[in-house]
Design a protein around this ligand. Structure first.
Ligand code: GLN
Length: 480
């Protein structure tokens, strides 16, 4: 059962919350020894909360829209229970004193968190290979990566361990693993979901969003987590539309833009074909596809890896062996304590980014790199603003390839970064993007279609995705 069906069955008392959680824990027991999506599972806590839901339902007390529904949370979101590790050695023993806003909202809506999911350390990566905890395997082929950095959440959903999960997306980390694992992933507009309690990677780009099997599931999750939160000064005080009610909006007349910059060299043929076939489906159902231009796309990767690393170098300064987490023992000098704790606590990719970002911000280089990147960022945003004067959504691939092999790009960080070519502009511009399954390559690996919208057009994206899923069955194929 998908998330909407699970929620309905529990509300109609065809399924108890306890049984829903048991099914989730059973699936985890069956698959997670091999696929390793979860870094932490708390079955006892989940079952006891499920009993409370069942009891409330039994009493006829009002329950939230996600009552009894098991979910997974990416382990860079604070939870009062258990640990919040960011898959980093430096936070391996960190116990958050509060819940992230999104976590709080999920629980208030009755959702039951069964555990925390694996990620690239501090969400830096595209394959979950940078986790210091474990390697998550792709549900469709265990020799391949699940994508990243929300690889644990995408894998957990694809294997039916949970019907929905939260991820975070700074440059593609919800959409790309969703695409590699054959599930739906939505990165909301910057400010749509509060970042309170999301461990910061690059604060001007980070956004929390849902992963699930269907667009309708993602709509339900988003409707619960979206909304203003005074504890995040960048969260936007703007009405949250009724995403589920809006799903019925027909495709007829929907104006879809395609940019040649997103179908350039380096795009694998099977991905191109699947995306083109998806566009045909849209045309057949009355959407109008036309060409637009996003001329600054070729600067997106360079711009992203300056802005993101600059912000990361600043955000990660707080891990000093004193305030949080790991402290290297037996050192008297405070400066030496900082360096030793950071040396032992951070993995190689995190260190690389701190160095890149520190360099880009340092005096003499600030103007040449960071400031210039900010200017390019404005140009990228204007590209989208101009495009959305004539189209409702932009369609593109999510990634140039399907899931790549474990280890294939670990020795070549630049190759890993280049794979983010279709996702990073969306974060730099602050606009929403969704990834939906749109086909398979010759090896049976899922391909994702990305739909990008103007600010706060999540309703348009979800409706366009839902209508596609009504007439296609890619999202119903099971990985195992
Ligand atoms: N792959 C990108 C990176 O490594 C995006 C990560 C993310 O969105 N958290 O930075």
């Amino acid at each position: 059962m998908n998330l909407v069906e699970t929620a309905q069955a529990i509300r109609n008392k065809e399924l108890s919350a306890v049984d829903a959680v048991r099914q989730s824990l059973d699936a985890i027991a069956r698959h997670d020894g091999k696929y390793r999506a979860f870094v932490q599972v708390d079955g006892d806590r989940a079952l006891s909360r499920a009993r409370e839901v069942d009891e409330a339902l039994g009493r006829g007390a009002p329950v939230g829209p996600l009552a009894g529904v098991p979910v997974g949370i990416k382990d860079n979101m604070c939870t009062r229970f258990g640990r919040t590790t960011c898959a980093s050695r430096i936070l391996h023993n960190f116990e958050a004193p509060y819940d992230a806003h999104a976590v709080e909202r999920l629980e208030r809506a009755g959702a039951i968190i069964v555990g925390k999911t694996n990620l690239d350390e501090f969400a830096m990566g595209s394959s979950t290979e940078n986790s210091s905890v474990q390697q998550t395997l792709n549900p469709w082929d265990p020799r391949r990566v699940p994508g990243g950095s929300s690889g644990g959440s995408a894998t957990a959903v694809a294997l039916g361990m949970v019907p929905g999960a939260l991820g975070s997306d700074t440059g593609g980390s919800i959409r790309q693993p969703a695409s590699f694992c054959g599930v739906v992933g939505l990165k909301p507009t910057y400010g749509r979901v509060s970042r309170h309690g999301l461990v910061a990677f690059a604060s001007s780009l980070d956004q929390i969003g849902p992963l699930a099997r269907t667009a309708a599931d993602a709509a339900l999750l988003l409707s619960v987590i979206a909304g203003y939160d005074p504890r995040d000064s960048t969260s936007v005080d703007e009405q949250v539309p009724e995403y589920e009610a809006g799903l019925d909006r027909p495709l007829r007349g929907l104006r879809i833009g395609i940019a040649p910059e997103y179908f350039s060299e380096g795009l694998d043929d099977p991905v191109r074909s699947a995306v083109e076939a998806a566009l045909d489906v849209y045309r057949k159902h009355g959407a109008v596809v036309s060409e637009i231009r996003l001329p600054h796309t070729r600067y997106a990767i360079a711009c992203y890896y300056l802005v993101a690393t600059a912000e990361a170098s600043s955000n990660l300064a707080r891990y000093d062996g004193v305030h949080y987490g790991h402290r290297t023992e037996g050192i008297d000098d405070v400066i030496e304590l900082y360096s030793a704790s950071r040396r032992d606590g951070f993995g190689p990719e995190v260190k690389r980014r701190i160095m890149l970002g520190t360099y880009a911000l340092s005096s003499g280089y600030y103007d040449a790199y960071y400031l210039k990147a900010l200017k390019v960022r404005t140009l990228l945003r204007r590209d989208f603003e101009r495009a959305f004067e004539t189209v409702d959504v932009i369609a593109s691939p999510v990634a140039p390839t399907t899931a790549f092999a474990l280890g294939e790009k670990t020795d070549n960080p630049l190759a890993m970064y280049l794979a983010d070519v279709y996702t990073t502009s969306v974060n730099l511009a602050g606009v929403p993007g969704i990834s939906i399954p749109c086909g398979f390559d010759g090896a049976g690996l899922p391909v994702g279609l990305q739909l990008i919208g103007p600010p706060f057009a999540e309703d348009t994206l979800l409706a366009a995705a839902h209508q596609f899923q009504l007439v296609t069955d890619h999202h119903t194929r099971a990985a195992v």
